[in-house]
Design a protein around this ligand. Structure first.
Ligand code: NAD
Ligand code: LMR
Length: 338
């Protein structure tokens, strides 16, 4: 592969500005890990998003092929590919939103925390690049273990003097997507009509669906609550086992990542009432990071909502979640401070 690969506009004759080709105002988005299982469908879906004017695809392998392929889609966004560490800075410069699905996925029998040793270093390097080249970008962090990689990113940004808690968002959208799907199945509803808040974090017991706050308002039997809570908490493992060594959720994750990124872009555009769950720097509990509903605006997560009334089952779940989250957060912080 060429060492100075950079492509997308093949002839070099195209005229470019910061608007999408159709003339609509758009945002500049980079995907780091764009050639991976999540990265490829995510790149395709972001190329279809009318809010995106420029799409940068960065990876350490295979970006020429993915970029060439995606750049032929007749949608507005201009696509450019970047390969290898020496092109990271070019990939990041000028970006409004950076989405990070870089890193290794689980195999059966592993926890997300088993990915820490490899993914922590990857996230650190990428975030150092963001701090240097696009410190004002919104960051959507997907790489696992999210409960620790978000604190890692925060520490990197603090060290660089660029940390703005509003702009760092751990992506827990897949938990919400799964919860909506599984709850709709039980209720016999269309999943698009269902809204389940999922708070806490993104691993096992830290994934806390608030079934008492489902919209439309409904009630569940104790058996349904046990079934739904376990299914939502183990959704990732269900996919890892079904893929039997070939990775973890990629297609549903790309869908969830685009849904979340679109939320961030609508917030950046100034739309009112844009609310989604995310894992953020938070004062909702005594922990420094916690997932809950946030309102996205022009500067990122502008408002973080409290958890609302919890029932006894959820209060017990919250205590378990906080215990595991506390150590995952500390592990991430120590990785940078050590
Ligand atoms: P994958 O192995 O298919 O793809 C990962 C990509 O990252 C690869 O293309 C690889 O080359 C790239 N990469 C590795 N090191 C890099 C670096 N230093 N810079 C840039 N790119 C680099 O894995 P996947 O299935 O796409 O999963 C990626 C990550 O997302 C995993 O950590 C996985 O656990 C996580 N994940 C998170 C969620 C969530 O809900 N937050 C859901 C699914 C997967
Ligand atoms: C998921 O929830 O699908 C991801 O976190 C991937 C995994 O390892 O389960």
């Amino acid at each position: 592969q060429p060492s100075n690969f950079q492509m997308g506009e093949s002839s070099g004759l195209s005229r470019e500005n910061c608007r999408a080709k159709g003339g609509a105002p758009g945002f500049k988005v980079a995907i780091l890990g764009a050639a991976g299982g999540i990265g490829q469908p995510l790149a395709m879906l972001m190329k279809m998003n009318p809010l995106v004017s420029v799409l940068h695809l960065y990876d350490v392998v295979n970006t020429p092929g993915v970029t060439s392929d995606i750049s032929h889609m007749d949608t507005g966004a201009v696509v450019r590919g970047f390969l290898g560490q020496q092109q990271l800075e070019d990939a990041l410069t000028g970006m409004d939103l950076v989405i990070i699905p870089a890193g290794v996925p689980r195999k059966p029998g592993m926890t997300r925390d088993d990915l820490f040793n490899i993914n922590a270093g990857i996230v650190k390097t990428l975030c150092e690049g963001i701090a240097k080249c696009c410190p004002n970008a919104i960051v959507n962090l997907i790489s696992n273990p999210v409960n620790s990689t978000v604190p890692i990113a925060a520490e990197v940004f603090k060290k660089a003097g660029t940390f703005d808690p509003k702009r760092l968002l751990g992506v827990t959208m897949l938990d919400v997507v799964r919860a909506n799907t599984f709850v709709a199945e039980v209720l016999g509803l269309d999943p698009r009509e269902v809204d389940v808040p999922v708070v806490g974090g993104h691993a096992g017991v830290t994934i806390l669906p608030l079934l008492s706050q489902v919209k439309p308002p409904c009630s569940f039997t104790p058996e349904e609550i046990d079934y739904l809570t376990a299914r939502i908490q183990n959704g990732g493992t269900e996919v890892v086992e079904a893929k039997a060594g070939a990775g973890s959720a990629t297609l549903s994750m790309a869908y969830a990542a685009v849904k979340f990124a679109d939320t961030c872009l609508r917030g950046l555009r100034g739309d009112a009432g844009v609310i989604q769950c995310a894992y953020v720097f938070s004062q909702v509990t005594e922990l420094p990071f916690f997932a809950s509903k946030v309102r996205l605006g022009r500067t990122g997560a502008e408002e973080i909502y409290p958890l609302g009334p919890l029932n006894e089952y959820e209060r017990a779940g919250l205590e378990k979640a906080k215990k595991e989250l506390a150590s995952s957060i500390q592990k991430g912080i120590s990785f940078i401070r050590k």
